[in-house]
Design a protein around this ligand. Sequence first.
Ligand SMILES: C[S@@+](CC[C@H](N)C(=O)[O-])C[C@H]1O[C@@H](n2cnc3c(N)ncnc32)[C@H](O)[C@@H]1O
Length: 254
Amino acid sequence: METSWKDKSVSEQFNLYNDMLEDILGFQCIFNLIEHNQNIRHILDYGCGPGKVSERLAQRNPHYNIFAVDESQEMIDIASSIRKHDNISYHCIHNNNLAFIDSNSIDCAIICFVIINNAQRNQIITMLAEVYRVLKPKGQLILLDSNPNATGISFTTFTNGERGIRYRSGDKKKQFLKVEGQPDLILHDWYWSKQDYIEWISMTGFESIHITEATIGHLPQKARVMYEQQYQFNDWGNEVTIPPFIVFHAFKSS
Ligand SMILES: C[S@@+](CC[C@H](N)C(=O)[O-])C[C@H]1O[C@@H](n2cnc3c(N)ncnc32)[C@H](O)[C@@H]1O
């Protein structure tokens, strides 16, 4: 069984999920990396889902021009209707094909919580190779996913995998997302190790891989207070000491 992202109810429930932890410990790390390079204009959001990350990015800088792509038409429909923005163009794609985007044209590609949805190594390699093609020389890849070293650990908003199971590469793995007022949204994902990601990123040609694994406990005090006010929340759980996510940052060769 796999998660049917093409199913309207799954897409709608995912849209309702409170991605507070993903934002604070994942997306903000991506935004910092992107904003570090002031020349970045053209951004690809691969597997954009309901458009939550693209919208946040577009709101941060009016010069960003974002291609947001997903293989689920349901997700693209939600994104285009409730997260429509002049600087975002949403596209439904098939078989990891980005033929409508020129080679060497994108400054930065982000891939958030997409690899874990893919069961086949060759699909993942095709996806990364296509991303590599559209990136400019020295263009950046930023890949965010659930942390493979935090399976079975209950975080405030989700649990990635089941406690007591020792997952191996390619194993099926359930992800339990807490959605307010509803039963958990159970996503049927696959487990890939940190080494798998490093291998795929390097074999598709990317260089200088850097990994970030953030926790609430490591946030500067000022930032933590700001997020606590923004989300009206401070009753943190395991995310204080254990990184729920992992971010890989790498560059296309020059
Ligand atoms: C967990 S959602 C993440 C959405 C968004 N990136 C976020 O972080 O909010 C994963 C999305 O990736 C899409 N996806 C998974 N594999 C894909 C592929 N090979 N090509 C295009 N989209 C894919 C799914 O349809 C789904 O919308």
